[in-house]
Design a protein around this ligand. Structure first.
Ligand code: AMP
Length: 483
């Protein structure tokens, strides 16, 4: 199938040809005809599959057919909501590119930057608004934007929007846009929450699902390096140096971890910047543009900050720490191997992450190849404290906490989940039998196993750090001295 066969207008075809797109991606092939036929849509597609064009192209096609008198002021006809500022600007860039030969104006709106320039653009009149919920509501409250004539409502990465606790903001926005509209809901996953949301939002929607970009995507080679926690950063510097990588996106689980790692790499002479929720919007934009232009080699990011980052031909993604929510692994590695290009996703895994790795492998339904790096790698992972990790994982699942970039909204959502878990537990309490002898002794068993394991790890660490012949010690010392 070609874009011409999809029935798009010549001005749009010209713009996408200039982008170098030769044929529609699967999500575009499926979604474009449905949107052109004016149906609502519920689409499961992740960033990297071409989903932005899948909703933008038919939307532009329909809007461009509308007759307007030359003097009629532009008014908001399409509203695209995204969870993060990065994704909003990414989508806005795409919309700008696809609509360059059309008489349509678009504007991007998000927080963390001055509101006045956004007000000025809105005052002149725009047809398409791409926004994050908070700033949009701010502008609605100040009566600087009129959403009463919206015809297209797009929810991009709706699952992440729910994860980030935007449900109330979303409801407020939905309440002020017209009921009679076309709604396009895009989500990486179809959770029960998404199904519930779609039932309340969509009207006779068609469902489109493209293959998940997970391990089955052979465009991304996945590799695991087992490594001790305290040598991870040295291994990363070694890999970047040896491989002469000049553009690598590195994921950490915490903002603090991202800062520390970027600092370490800079000290090693590897230019790096960190991007996360605590950085000002200016710093985030600068880091991203320096990374895109290859002025810096490494961008260290937390999951939320990295959402929507789309860098053409990004060759390397490194999980400095595995995410505690397995789905995030799929999102992370989806940053590379995009639109037909090949990429490599590496995970530096220490024993603490044993269970995260096994959860991820369960999700992607395959085991990831373990490649030893001479001088750095553990031969195998030691199983950590089973009970503690299991609790941590089930708590994470219950909370569905994406990472420590949590904002207050997220926290309040998590608190609610926690409260309901508590209620659930007390409901079940009545059914719990008094612990019998067997249970108690089992607990003791696991206690002694844990201390055995801890001793084992300690012994292993001591031996490694004392052994001058250990190639890992040699390499790290010489490598760090050299840098
Ligand atoms: P998205 O999933 O919208 O973030 O898109 C991921 C990447 O694919 C972006 O860099 C797009 O420019 C690119 N892309 C979108 N559609 C196509 C296409 N039909 N052919 C080639 N690249 C595309």
């Amino acid at each position: 199938m070609t874009f011409t066969e999809l029935g798009l207008n010549p001005d749009i075809l010209k713009a996408i040809e200039e982008q170098g797109y030769t044929k529609p991606t699967p999500i575009q092939e499926q979604a474009i005809p449905i949107v052109l036929e004016k149906h609502d849509i519920l689409a499961a597609a992740q960033t990297g599959t071409g989903k932005t064009a899948a909703f933008t192209l038919p939307l532009l096609n329909t809007l461009s057919k509308k007759k307007s008198t030359p003097k009629e002021k532009h008014y908001v006809k399409a509203l695209v909501l995204t969870p993060t500022r990065e994704l909003a600007s990414q989508v806005a860039e795409n919309i700008e590119a696809y609509s360059r030969y059309l008489p349509l104006k678009s504007a991007v709106i998000f927080g963390g930057v001055g509101i006045n320039p956004q007000k000025a653009i809105l005052r002149k009149g725009v047809d398409i608004v791409i926004a994050t919920p908070g700033r949009l509501l701010d502008l609605v409250g100040q009566k600087c934007i009129d959403l009463s004539r919206v015809e297209f409502f797009v929810l991009d990465e709706a699952d992440r929007m729910l994860d980030m606790g935007f449900i109330h903001d979303m409801k407020k926005i939905i309440a002020i846009i017209p009921k009679h509209r076309q709604t396009l809901l895009f989500s990486a996953t179809f959770s029960d929450e998404i199904k519930k949301l779609s039932e309340s939002l969509l009207n006779n929607a068609k469902i489109v699902e493209v293959e998940r970009r997970n391990a089955s995507s052979n465009q991304v080679s996945q590799v695991v390096h087992y490594v001790n926690k305290d040598t991870k950063k040295h291994l990363l510097a070694h890999l970047i140096d040896e491989g002469n990588w000049n553009q690598v996106l590195v994921f950490t689980r915490t903002k603090h971890g991202a800062n520390k790692l970027a600092e370490f790499l800079n000290k090693q002479g590897i230019s790096s910047a960190a991007i996360h929720g605590n950085k000002s919007q200016g710093a985030r934009t600068k880091a991203l543009s320096n990374f895109k232009s290859k002025d810096i080699r490494v961008l260290v990011a937390t999951d939320i900050a990295a959402r929507g980052i789309d860098i053409a031909l990004l060759p390397h993604v490194v999980n400095f720490e595995l995410p505690n929510v397995s789905e995030d692994y799929v999102h992370r590695i989806g940053r590379t191997g995009r639109a037909g290009n090949e990429g490599v996703a590496m995970s530096l895994v220490c024993s603490d992450e044993y269970f995260f790795l096994s959860d991820i492998e369960k999700l992607i339904k395959k085991s990831i190849e373990v490649v030893p790096v001479e001088g750095f790698t553990l031969t195998k992972l030691a199983k950590p404290n089973i009970q503690k990790k299991t609790n941590e994982r089930s708590n994470n699942r219950a909370k569905n906490k994406p990472n420590s970039d949590s904002n207050s909204k997220l926290k309040s959502r998590n608190t609610n989940t926690f409260e309901s878990n508590k209620k659930e537990k007390s409901k079940n309490k009545a059914n719990i039998k008094f612990p019998d002898k067997k249970r108690v002794s089992k607990k003791d068993d696991s206690k002694s196993l844990i201390s055995k394991w801890e001793n084992e790890v300690k012994k292993q660490k001591d031996n490694e750090s004392k052994n001058p012949r250990n190639p890992r010690n040699r390499r790290i010392t010489s490598a760090s001295k050299g840098r």
